[in-house]
Design a protein. Structure first.
Length: 219
């Protein structure tokens, strides 16, 4: 079973290192709460050649080995990009920790096969997490942001996405697993491509944040 060394940072300031073992990595897509907004996004993607999903939301099970905390990602000579998402670490099918992540994807391959495009690149998370129980009561206030080469590309509250419990239920995830939420809209509808991806989840209620960045490099 794959595992990651993580650090749980509590609201009290206590820091708890631990090893998290998991056997499933699941990526959600088209997971917004507003169905009209989701379907409008589906139509936008159809216009650039990306096939529509068979259902909304849609879930992709990828190799657990794709999950990484590495700050460097090798990429191909193609259009590829990351995107910010909340990430849930589950133990026994229940949400245990939350953090931020980037589902780096090959956008050219996505036009032909979305499942294949999801398998091509690592899924990056920081080694820092928060206990889920500390944020569940103010979940919708959490803020997700992505900067690409220093320019703000995505920014929204978690209220734009399905809540963790509903996402887990729809995905049918059991055991120890890592679940990516699906992403928020791009600012001005413009997907950004670059070299450095800086992702952030902020908790304005408890006054804290997790920031992590990674660099892409041509293989």
């Amino acid at each position: 079973m794959p595992s990651l060394d993580i650090v749980a940072v509590l609201a009290s300031g206590e820091v708890i290192p631990r090893r998290f073992s998991y056997d499933r990595l699941v990526l959600a897509g088209w997971s917004g709460r507003d169905r009209d907004e989701v379907m409008a996004h589906v139509e936008e993607l159809k216009r650039i050649g990306v096939p529509p999903p068979s259902e909304v939301p849609q879930f992709f099970r990828v190799g657990p080995n794709l999950l990484t905390t590495s700050r460097r990602t090798g990429v191909l000579e193609s259009r590829n990009s990351g995107e910010v998402e909340y990430v849930i670490l589950l133990e026994g099918g229940r949400p245990r920790y939350v953090t931020v992540g980037s589902d780096h994807t090959d956008r050219d391959v996505e036009r032909t096969s979305i499942p294949l495009s999801k398998q091509l690149y690592p899924k990056v998370i920081p080694p820092i997490v928060w206990p889920y129980e500390e944020v569940v009561d103010h979940w919708d206030e959490l803020i997700l942001e992505l900067k690409v080469d220093g320019t703000l590309a995505q920014s929204s509250k978690a209220e734009r996405l399905l809540r963790a419990e509903e996402l887990i239920d729809r995905a049918g995830v059991e055991g120890n697993a890592v679940l990516f939420s699906g992403s928020i809209p791009w600012i001005n509808g413009e997907m950004r491509f670059g070299r450095e991806y800086r992702m952030e989840i902020r908790d304005p209620v408890l006054g804290r944040g997790i920031i992590y960045s990674y660099i892409t490099r041509r293989a």
